[in-house]
Structures are given as C-alpha cells and as structure tokens.
Design a protein around this ligand. Structure first.
Ligand SMILES: Nc1ncnc2c1ncn2[C@@H]1O[C@H](COP(=O)(O)OP(=O)(O)OP(=O)(O)O)[C@@H](O)[C@H]1O
Ligand SMILES: [Mg+2]
Length: 249
C-alpha cells in the first residue's frame, strides 16, 4: 500500500529559481526510504512542502489520500508526522523531560499520562533518569539527539521524518545514533523518510533510496543497486560518497 505520494511537485521562490521542478515519488507504507542529493538541491524545501510549511506552486502531496493542500484535512494530515530536525530543535528553556511532555500535551494527553509516556520513551532511547531534569545545553549532542528522538516517537506518528540525522555529530556518535534510529524504526514498524546528503547513512538506514537532482527525482530503487544503476550522475554520486577526493564536482 502506498503511504506518501509526491505528485509532480513544483516550487520556486521569488527570484524565480525553480527548486523543485516536477518531483514525483511514491513511498510505500512501512517503507524506510532515503532521499539523497547534493547540498542545495532542495531536500529541505521538499520536506517543508511535505509538512505544509512551504506551499507547493503546483502538483500535490498526499498521505493516505489526504492532501497537503486541503485546509479542512490539515489537522488529520499533520498528525501523521513526527520529525527529527537537523538541529534537534529542543526547547532550551525546558528540561529534557519537559520537551517530551510538551509534545504530548499538544495532542491532549493528560498530565500523568504525559509524564509516564515521556519517561518510558526517554528510557527507550537509552537516556538515564539522571538527565531527565537537565536542560538541553547541559547534555551532549548525542544525548540531545536521543531526547529529540524520544519526543518524536512519543506522539506515535505514522510517518517519521529524519532531516540529516547525523550532521554535527562525531563519527562514533553518528554510528551509535544510526543504530538507534534503525532499531527504533524496525521496532515501531512505521514509514520512515530521511533526507540526507550522506550515502553511508542511507546505506545503513534504508532499503530504498531516491536521488534528487535538478529539481526532480532522477532515480529510485534499492539502495544497494545504486552503485551500478546505469545513470551517470547517480553512479558519480555513489563513487564520490565513497571516495571524496577522487571525483571532481
Ligand atoms: N525561503 C527561501 N527563499 C529563497 N530561496 C530558498 C528558500 N529556501 C530555500 N531556498 C533555495 O532553495 C535551494 C534548495 O535549498 P535546500 O535548503 O532545500 O537545500 P538542501 O538540499 O536541503 O541543502 P543542504 O544539503 O545543504 O541542507 C537553495 O538554493 C536555497 O537557496
Ligand atoms: Mg537541507
């Protein structure tokens, strides 16, 4: 069954630069899919269009048949998602516990429910009780990422979005976080869409990938088949990702 459909999505900005120029893509229910592309190719713009933060100029985005464009469907549409933002987007003035509880309060859970679900999720992502009442600035980047993941999964989304999930983390912490993300998605059995320029993250997290280039999805397939897919740009992207210094831009 198809979960998310991007239907010929176009988006340009005031300077007339067409960032998205006919993006079409289907993501199946419970699929773990990564959209890869070079810096500045429009990955974040596409994610913002999916969340309705930016309006598409033409085309449509559907999740379970609900359209991002229909105001009357917005509440049900947006409730399906949770996003793990690149910079974690934790509220600095709230404790770690408070950050997770806040997300739950938004979906009208009562106070004691919020407290117990928040604790359960914080423990599930491997955080120690001793940090629950600390503020984001008082814990490491890796712990912040865990806390942001706890907040994202606490509201039981149908679709989990990861925006550059390992950026800003050292290689060892990146590896640990990648394992945590993969284990979490496997356990929850939900649809997961990640955007990244990091092929290693894509190879680790997902069976299916797409490449965004020149405003369109130019390739979709099994991540492991990217290496020999026959498309020059995609194969070059693959080689460059594995050996940064050998391929020219
Ligand atoms: N609000 C905006 N107004 C004008 N141009 C924008 C706006 N948002 C994004 N752009 C332009 O759209 C293009 C794509 O930006 P986007 O942030 O989606 O790239 P990206 O693929 O996410 O890059 P990165 O990998 O560096 O995060 C860029 O050229 C950017 O300057
Ligand atoms: Mg981006």
């Amino acid at each position: 069954m198809t979960k998310i459909v991007f239907e010929n999505v176009h988006k340009k900005f005031h300077n007339n630069f067409r960032v998205l120029n006919g993006v079409s893509l289907k993501v199946a229910d419970k699929e773990v899919h990564v959209i890869l592309g070079r810096s500045g190719c429009g990955k974040s713009v596409l994610l913002k269009c999916l969340l309705g933060i930016l309006q598409v100029d033409s085309g449509d985005i559907l999740v379970d048949g609900l359209s991002v464009k229909k105001k009357e469907q917005h509440r049900d549409y947006i409730r399906k998602f949770s996003i793990l933002f690149q910079g974690n987007a934790l509220f600095d003035s709230m404790t770690i516990r408070g950050n997770v509880e806040f997300g739950l309060q938004q979906i009208n859970r009562n106070k004691s429910e919020c407290r117990s679900i928040a604790e359960e999720k914080l423990l599930a992502v491997g955080l120690d009780r001793r940090i629950f009442d600390l503020y984001p600035a008082e814990i490491s980047g890796g712990m912040q990422k865990r806390a942001a993941l706890a907040r994202a999964i606490a509201i039981e989304p149908e679709v989990l979005l990861f925006d550059e999930p390992t950026s800003g983390l050292d290689p060892i912490t990146s590896g640990v976080i990648c394992h945590l993300l993969r284990d979490t998605v496997t356990k929850l059995q939900i649809t997961c869409l990640t955007i990244t320029h990091d092929l290693k993250v894509a190879e680790f997290l997902s069976d299916h990938s797409s490449i965004l280039n020149d405003g369109a999805i130019i390739w979709t397939g099994k991540t492991k088949e990217m290496k020999r897919c026959g498309d020059e740009f995609v194969e070059n992207f693959y080689r460059a990702s594995h050996s940064i210094l050998e391929v020219s831009a």
